[in-house]
Design a protein around this ligand. Structure first.
Ligand code: C2O
Ligand code: CU
Ligand code: CU
Length: 473
C-alpha cells in the first residue's frame, strides 16, 4: 500500500511534523503500528484448545538501521495475542528457549495457583511447562509475562509479554474486529545503548526509566483508522513509567473497561493515567480524513513520563460507520465490602516491613472471601497488584475514585503517601501449599522484594494452615 503511505508522508510534511526523510529530529511516525498476530486455536477432539508458546531469543530493528537483541514469544519481540471464551478449556505448552530459568504468569486470569506462572512455577532452560485450566470469568483484557523471582524486570524488558483477550456471552455493541477497530496498544519505554542494544541499567529508585517509546514493539508508529470509532486495549507494559494518556486536541474519549472487565457505563475522560500492569479499554471517535496524535502528558510524580508523542492516528477519507457507543455496558453490582480488613504498608523495598520470602506465607484467605485491603503507601509512587482476585477501588484518602476507576480491577496506582482502600473478591481454588502473589508492579520494586504471598484455604482452616513452605526453593 505504497500510495497510501506516500500520501500519509506528504500529509505529515505539509503539517510540519517531520517526514519520511527523518532529518528534522522530530518523530515522523514512519512505521505502521505492528498488530500482534492472533493465536486463537480451534478446540481439539477432546474439547481442549491448545496454545504453543515458545519463549525465545531474537533480534529486532526498532531504531532505523540498528539491530537490537530481544526476546519474544513465538517471534522476535513480544508475543501473539491469545484469545479464549468463558467456559473454554485451555492448555498451554510453554517452552523456555531463552537460556535462563523463567516463568510465564497469566496476569488477570483467575485460575489455580499451580497454573498461575508465578515465581514457584519455574521453567528450566529447554523445559516445557503445561498448565491447563477452564476460563471462568467475565470478558477482559488480560496479559502474560514472566515472573521469575528477582529477574522479572529483565525478562519483561527484553520482550516477553503479550495480551490474552477473554470473551463471554454478554452482548455489548463495542468495536470488536481485531486489528481493524479493536486494536491492542502495548506501551513500553526503552533505553538504547549507542550500538542499539537495550540498556539494562536497572539502578535507581524505580529502575530503568526509558527515553524512547515502543507501541506493540513499533518505534515511531502510525495507525490508519478506517471506522468512525475505534476501541483501543491499552496495556502499560513498561517496567516503571506511568503514562497520562490524551490526545493532542484534548478530545474526549470513553473508558469502557478496566483490568478485569467492563465498566457499568462508558466514562468520558480527556486524560487517563495508566501505571505498569494496568489495562484500560477506550473508545475513540474519528472524523474522515483527520489526523490526531495520541500523547503522554506530564504528571506530578517523578515516575511520570513527561510530554511525548505515542502514536499518530490517520483517519481514511471515508470511514465505515461504527455502532453508537452504548449508554450501559454491563450491570455492575456495588462493591461487596467484607468485614475482614488487612493493611499493607508500602515501604521503599518491602510490604509491612518484610521483603519477599518464597518460603513464607504472608496471608491466609478463606476461599471466596470478600475483604477490604488497605494499601497504605508511606513512601513514593508504587502500585499494587493481586493475583487471582478482582477488586474495586473504594476510596483514595477517603475520596471516591473517578468514574473510570470504579470498575473491576486487579492493579491500581498508589501515589506517594496515600491510603487506597480496595474491596477485594478472592477466588475459590483452594491450595494451602501453593501461594499466589500480591506486589508492586513497578518491576524493580517487585524484584527487590515488594511482594508477598497468600494462599486460599477451606473456610475455617485459616488458623491451622502452615505459614511455611518447605518445598520452596
Ligand atoms: Cu503482572 Cu504478579 O504480575
Ligand atoms: Cu498477576
Ligand atoms: Cu513500588
Amino acid at each position: 500500500n505504497f500510495l497510501a503511505l506516500t500520501g500519509l508522508f506528504a500529509g505529515l510534511a505539509l503539517t510540519g511534523c517531520g517526514g519520511a526523510d527523518g532529518n528534522t529530529g522530530t518523530l515522523g511516525f514512519r512505521n505502521a503500528l505492528r498488530i500482534p498476530p492472533l493465536l486463537d486455536p480451534a478446540a481439539g477432539a477432546d474439547g481442549v484448545r491448545r496454545f504453543d508458546l515458545r519463549l525465545r531469543q531474537g533480534r529486532s530493528e526498532f531504531l532505523p538501521g540498528k539491530s537490537t537483541p530481544t526476546w519474544g514469544v513465538n517471534g522476535d519481540y513480544l508475543g501473539p495475542t491469545l484469545r479464549a471464551r468463558r467456559g473454554d478449556r485451555v492448555a498451554m505448552a510453554v517452552t523456555n528457549e531463552v537460556g535462563e530459568p523463567t516463568t510465564l504468569h497469566w496476569h488477570g486470569m483467575r485460575l489455580p495457583a499451580r497454573m498461575d506462572g508465578g515465581p514457584h512455577q519455574t521453567i528450566q532452560p529447554g523445559g516445557t511447562w503445561s498448565p491447563e485450566w477452564t476460563v471462568d470469568q467475565p470478558a477482559a483484557t488480560t496479559w502474560y509475562h514472566p515472573h521469575p523471582h528477582g529477574t522479572t524486570s529483565q525478562h519483561v524488558y527484553r520482550g516477553l509479554a503479550g495480551l490474552f483477550l477473554l470473551d463471554d456471552d454478554h452482548e455489548v455493541a463495542l468495536p470488536k474486529t481485531y486489528g481493524t477497530d479493536d486494536i491492542p496498544l502495548v506501551i513500553q519505554d526503552k533505553k538504547f545503548t549507542e550500538d542499539g542494544r537495550l540498556d539494562e541499567d536497572f539502578g535507581g529508585t524505580y529502575g530503568l526509566l526509558g527515553d524512547q517509546l515502543l507501541v506493540n514493539g513499533t518505534y515511531d508508529p502510525h495507525f490508519q483508522v478506517t471506522t468512525t470509532r475505534v476501541r483501543f486495549r491499552v496495556l502499560n507494559g513498561s517496567n516503571a513509567h506511568v503514562y497520562h494518556l490524551g490526545f493532542a486536541d484534548n478530545r474526549v474519549f470513553h473508558v469502557v473497561a478496566s483490568d478485569a472487565g467492563l465498566l457499568a457505563r462508558p466514562a468520558p475522560v480527556d486524560r487517563l493515567r495508566i501505571s505498569p500492569g494496568e489495562r484500560f479499554e477506550i473508545v475513540v471517535g474519528f472524523a474522515p480524513g483527520e489526523q490526531v496524535l495520541l500523547k503522554g502528558f506530564s504528571g506530578d510524580e517523578e515516575i511520570d513520563r513527561g510530554d511525548y508523542d505515542i502514536l499518530r492516528l490517520v483517519a481514511a477519507a471515508q470511514l465505515a460507520p461504527s455502532a453508537e457507543l452504548p449508554q450501559v455496558l454491563t450491570p455492575l453490582a456495588p462493591p461487596a465490602v467484607g468485614a475482614t480488613v488487612r493493611r499493607f504498608r508500602l515501604g521503599g523495598t518491602n510490604i509491612n516491613g518484610r521483603e519477599m520470602d518464597m518460603a513464607r506465607i504472608d496471608e491466609v484467605i478463606p476461599a471466596g472471601a470478600h475483604e477490604v485491603w488497605e494499601v497504605d503507601n508511606i513512601t513514593f509512587a508504587h502500585n499494587f497488584h493481586i493475583h487471582d482476585a478482582v477488586f474495586r477501588v473504594l476510596d483514595v484518602d477517603g475520596e471516591e475514585p473517578p468514574e473510570h476507576l470504579r470498575g473491576p480491577k486487579d492493579t491500581v496506582f498508589s501515589p506517594g503517601k496515600t491510603l487506597t482502600r480496595l474491596a477485594v473478591e478472592f477466588g475459590n481454588h483452594v491450595d494451602p501449599a501453593m501461594p499466589y502473589m500480591y506486589h508492586c508492579h513497578i518491576l524493580r520494586h517487585e524484584d527487590r522484594g515488594m511482594m508477598g504471598q497468600f494462599v486460599i484455604v477451606e473456610p475455617g482452616t485459616e488458623n491451622s494452615t502452615p505459614r511455611e513452605l518447605h518445598s520452596a526453593g
